[in-house]
Design a protein around this ligand. Sequence first.
Ligand code: ADP
Length: 252
Amino acid sequence: MNEIPLSINKASYHYGPGGAGIDDIELQCLEGSWTAVMGPSGAGKSTLLYCASGLLPVSGGSICVSGHDISKMHEKQLTQMRRDHIGFVFQDYNLVEAFTCLQNVVLTHLFGGPAISEEQAMHALQVVGLDGFADTYPSDMSGGQRQRVAIARSLAAEPDIVFADEPTGALDTHSSQLVLDAIDRIVQENRTVLMVTHDPNVAARAHRTLFLVDGHVHSVCEGYSNEQLAKELATITIVGQGLSQRKTKILI
Ligand code: ADP
């Protein structure tokens, strides 16, 4: 595995000429690190996640995933990179209701995902604490359990990096904690996690939190409690646009 599986180098993306997006973002994510991304609505959190995972092409700068510059890749190469190195967890799980948990994890290749062995799938379900639910259908599970199946699916191909977009956004506090425990175990397996969240309680579980304002890096907070993160977010939200000109920092 690469020591810096994700390297975002002065990355920019704009929705149309002069439009909003992200600007000059610098971020290095180490192996086995967990980074949360926070900021007011419209700050560029999703755009950053999509650019970092190759779902959106950067218009400036570069993105290196596991040592490969994905910003110069064609769609076919990108698809291969995503299969081999990247896992993605969405807020709304995206499970196939007609499949059992195990089938949801094994059969990702039907939807363009990688080929997964039953052994890999069972390991992934074990990591998220659902190995006893292999034959259960999503309709018989809670939202938190469904999200953990989605996490197992993203994990099964043993990606270097897992991108998570508001993974607990639709969950109650208890279910959120179980999902975050699952993400914690991913990190303990030495994978790298980049996660967007609006919730300081969720971000507090990560190793550090990157705050974005108006598409720029505003600050990076390491070892902050949920109260401290909430305070930082409130300050940013109040000050708003005035901070957009701050210099980008290099983060490790
Ligand atoms: P966040 O995830 O922090 O809420 P986004 O990354 O979704 O922010 O959006 C960043 C900026 O880009 C916002 O100003 C938003 O309005 C704009 N934006 C997002 N998606 C589009 C789009 N498809 N077309 C035009 N502008 C967009």
